[in-house]
Design a protein around this ligand. Structure first.
Ligand SMILES: [Fe+2]
Length: 205
């Protein structure tokens, strides 16, 4: 072939563990609700910044230091982060990728999370705890979108590697990782059940 792909954007998606995810998610969901009920400052922050939903991002954004179950979750996630960094050929220069932030997201019906990225981090991701049927996935955009200028749109049957957006379904038990500069969003939840996820950042330390 005269054409080769260069500068690809990699996304990682794997079950957190080979087994035991249902029990782990039941425990995490219960703790997420406990934190929401306890976290008055976070509920106030969410009312302003996360309409209709609850996130601990503005109040308790380092859950791995507050809770032993989140500390245990970090130990399970870091294996995936290391594998992803290796696949990206990252030269960490003797430093380690460490979880710097970890927060809860509870999205009832109508809650959404608009396009954003995660500054000051290297690898970010989300672990899915509760994903009712039909709840929104995680939508990523082509990082070159702002440079497309006069580029024509894609044909209807566009091949995967030429897409402008891709949506990964939210599936309880899965961990999704991406480089922190990659813009993404969660479209509005259109089902009458809560979608619960735990998001995190890793940076070099
Ligand atoms: Fe995010």
């Amino acid at each position: 072939m005269p054409i080769r792909a260069w500068f690809p954007t990699f996304l990682y998606c794997e079950p957190l563990l080979k087994s035991g995810l249902r029990r782990l998610n039941d425990e995490l969901a219960a703790e997420c609700h406990q934190v929401r009920d306890y976290d008055e400052a976070g509920r106030a922050w969410s009312a302003k910044n996360y309409p209709g939903g609850y996130t601990s991002y503005g109040s308790m954004a380092q859950m791995q230091h507050f809770s032993s179950s989140f500390a245990d979750l970090e130990k399970k996630i870091v294996r995936h982060v290391k594998a992803f960094a290796r696949a990206l050929d990252m030269d960490l220069r003797g430093k380690a990728l460490q979880m710097t932030d970890c927060w809860i997201n509870i999205m009832p019906e109508q809650a959404a999370h608009s396009l954003h990225l995660h500054p000051l981090s290297v690898i970010s991701g989300t672990y899915y705890v509760r994903t009712p049927n039909g709840c929104p996935g995680l939508k990523f955009e082509d990082p070159r979108l702002g440079s497309l200028m006069a580029a024509p749109p894609k044909v209807a049957n566009v091949r995967d590697e030429n897409r402008t957006y891709v949506t990964y379904p939210a599936e309880a038990g899965n961990v999704i990782l991406f480089e922190s500069w990659l813009r993404h969003e969660v479209p509005a939840n259109r089902v009458a059940e809560e979608r619960i996820s735990i998001s995190f950042n890793y940076a070099l330390a």
